[in-house]
Write a protein that binds this ligand. Structure first.
Ligand SMILES: [Zn+2]
Length: 129
């Protein structure tokens, strides 16, 4: 009986693995790039709190407390700066190298003004500025 059960469970698991394709699994929304930094920030704050607590209860010497606190604060400053950089200045998507807008990419006809469609061959100029 147990063996039958074990076989059934194994088969079910196998079937599950075989039939669940990667595209069926909902993709989690991409986290903001600084999310892991927020996690690190929280961890550092927690460490600082722990440190202060341990210092207060006398587990740490002044020197140990000072050194660890400075290390944590330096790390915190780094993380905060990184978050600021990511939040404050989102990198603009790089612009593709633009073809000179008044030259047809198809027939190389030149025009005085940028055009959507080539006046010579009628094909799109590729630049819609
Ligand atoms: Zn043309």
């Amino acid at each position: 009986m147990f063996l039958t059960l074990a076989i059934v469970v194994t088969l079910l698991m196998l079937a599950y693995t075989l039939f669940v394709r990667p595209k069926d699994i909902p993709e989690t929304a991409a986290p903001p790039p600084y999310q892991h930094l927020e996690g690190r920030k929280a961890a550092i704050y927690e460490n600082l709190r722990d440190l202060q607590f341990e210092y207060r209860v006398g587990k740490l010497s002044d020197a140990d407390y000072d050194r660890t606190k400075k290390e944590l604060q330096a790390e915190l400053a780094t993380v905060l700066a990184e978050i600021d950089t990511m939040k404050g200045a989102p990198a603009p998507p790089p612009k593709p190298a633009r073809q000179t807008p008044n030259v047809c990419p198809h027939c190389s006809a030149k025009f005085e003004k940028p055009l959507k469609f080539c006046g010579e061959c009628g094909k799109p100029m590729g630049v819609t500025a």
